[in-house]
Design a binder for this molecule. Structure first.
Ligand SMILES: [Zn+2]
Length: 93
């Protein structure tokens, strides 16, 4: 499961913003998820990743930000409603 908060800690305080992007490092053909970030901390996250890559802590590849909103929630919600409707109709018949 994804964390429900931005991964950044600033001045010892964890960011309370909801995550807006999944941060991953793409090393063909694999993609490694590194964390999640809010819009505000995108730049900080990409800076941190570069440092971690120099230290060899994460794979040296292209950093990707994938937008999180809409995709997950809308899809899952729609599917659940479809299932419920199908069940109800079957019971009535
Ligand atoms: Zn943040």
């Amino acid at each position: 499961m994804l964390p429900d908060k931005c991964s950044i800690t600033e001045d010892g305080k964890p960011c309370v913003n909801p995550p807006e992007f999944v941060v991953s490092v793409f090393v063909d053909p694999d993609e490694y998820m590194v964390g999640v970030t809010c819009e505000k901390h995108k730049q900080i996250v990409s800076g941190k990743i570069q440092i971690l890559q120099q230290q060899g802590k994460i794979p040296n590849g292209k950093v990707r930000f994938s937008k999180l909103t809409a995709v997950g929630t809308d899809c899952i919600h729609g599917d659940e409603e479809d299932f419920i409707q199908i069940d109800t109709n079957n019971l009535k018949n």
